[in-house]
Design a protein around this ligand. Structure first.
Ligand SMILES: *[C@@H]1O[C@H](CO)[C@@H](O)[C@H](O)[C@H]1NC(C)=O
Ligand SMILES: *[C@@H]1O[C@H](CO)[C@@H](O)[C@H](O)[C@H]1NC(C)=O
Ligand SMILES: *[C@@H]1O[C@H](CO)[C@@H](O)[C@H](O)[C@H]1NC(C)=O
Length: 363
């Protein structure tokens, strides 16, 4: 009898232990793993950005169902950064030719909110299939996941080639926002936007880095700007770099590596840097591109450690098999004990996730 009770007790603790680790597992980020969204499909939001509205995070990125050609810009929502609800497509391929037509490139969509016009404003890289157009496009909506956004057209910012882009809304009084744009002939530019965020203000860049850097992402923390980006190695990853300044016009520090040297940023390319809960809860978001099947490309999201003292500023990214972001709870992110090996290296789908198959998706 006594013996059986003990057995029952230990069985119970095993079951409870399992329940606990399952609950934790549900809230873990597993960099490089299959990421199944509410629609049963692997997250299809590549080259993405995040905009937070109240307590909800909106992930807006490229639907790569049909390879590199533009198919759609998808929006997902989440409160915990782990469980993502598919909200729909914000822009979709049109049957007629034009920027959003067949065989076009639309990459790295980014959305910010304009307090004056009360519109959500999306900027994106717009290109022909041989990347010869090298333009930016702008779209707007009254709601963050507006379906669809109204597309306003494309142009070359300040008349310059523009491929990878980023978008940054400053937190200073005038609510100024900036376009980060890779100008292949001259370098990486920071261009100021007009107050409505629909075009470039004036005729000069706020800053031009005479350096070949793409996939730019800018974060401001305690009055200091941190700009991240990658070198130009196509779909293959490289050791991404960052620079900092207290003024967007510069001077900026020398570019430095932030992940383990030689790791190629844990085989990823910067797409966005998200501040989801103060200085301790900053997340690096990168794409691990799989050029043979772009939609299966995975997401390398990791906690970014920024330490900024009066004497030194250091940015460090460490690889982790999994971790718990603790969004909303007011807690710092935590290492997750349940996972001990790196996953997602093979690129095969796990957990029953499906690919997205549409014979046609036009409007
Ligand atoms: C966010 O919260 C504010 C204030 O409660 C509310 O007015 C606004 O509609 C909310 N926005 C969204 C998109 O839910
Ligand atoms: C940033 O630098 C520019 C150019 O040197 C200068 O005009 C501007 O006042 C500076 N801004 C701040 C906030 O110091
Ligand atoms: C962040 O990096 C600093 C050194 O730059 C280190 O002292 C600190 O422990 C790190 N924090 C975390 C949470 O890893």
């Amino acid at each position: 009898m006594h013996h059986r009770n003990r057995l029952l007790l230990s069985l119970l603790s095993v079951i409870m232990g399992l329940a606990t680790s399952t609950a934790l597992a549900a809230l873990q980020i597993v960099p490089g793993g299959t990421w199944t969204a509410s629609n049963g499909e692997h997250l299809n939001a590549h080259g993405a950005g995040v905009i937070q509205v109240n307590n909800t995070f909106y992930l807006i990125g490229e639907d790569k169902s049909q390879g590199s050609s533009f198919f759609a810009i998808n929006c997902y929502s989440s409160v915990d950064l782990v469980q993502w609800t598919y909200e729909g497509a914000l822009l979709s391929r049109t049957t007629s030719s034009g920027d959003l037509g067949p065989n076009r490139i639309i990459e790295r969509p980014k959305v910010i909110y304009n307090d004056l016009t009360k519109k959500y404003v999306m900027w994106m890289h717009v290109d022909s299939s041989n990347y010869g157009d090298a333009k930016v496009g702008v779209a707007t909506s009254d709601t963050v996941c507006g379906k669809p956004y109204k597309y306003h057209g494309s142009f070359r910012p300040l008349g310059m080639e523009s491929r990878d882009i980023g978008l940054f809304k400053d937190d200073d009084d005038d609510g100024r926002a900036y376009l980060l744009t890779e100008d292949r002939k001259n370098g990486l530019r920071i261009n100021p936007l007009t107050p409505d965020y629909l075009s470039i203000s004036g005729t000069t860049s706020t800053h031009l880095f005479p350096t070949a850097i793409e996939s730019p992402a800018l974060l401001k923390l305690s009055g200091r700007y941190f700009l991240f980006g990658s070198h130009l190695t196509g779909w293959s990853p490289n050791d991404n770099v960052y620079t900092t300044s207290t003024n967007l016009s510069g001077p900026w520090t020398d570019w430095k590596v932030f992940a383990d040297k030689g790791s190629n940023t844990y085989a990823s390319q910067t797409s966005f840097i998200l501040n989801y809960g103060g200085p301790g809860n900053i997340m690096y978001m990168g794409d691990r591109w799989r050029s043979s099947n772009l939609q299966s490309s995975s997401y390398i999201w990791l906690p970014l450690n920024i330490s900024d003292t009066t004497t030194t500023t250091v940015v460090l990214l460490k690889n982790r098999a999994s971790w718990i972001p603790n969004a909303q709870s007011g807690l710092l992110w935590a290492d997750s004990p349940a996972e001990k090996s790196y996953e997602g290296e093979r690129g095969s789908y796990a957990g029953g996730a499906k690919e997205h198959h549409h014979l046609k998706h036009t409007k």
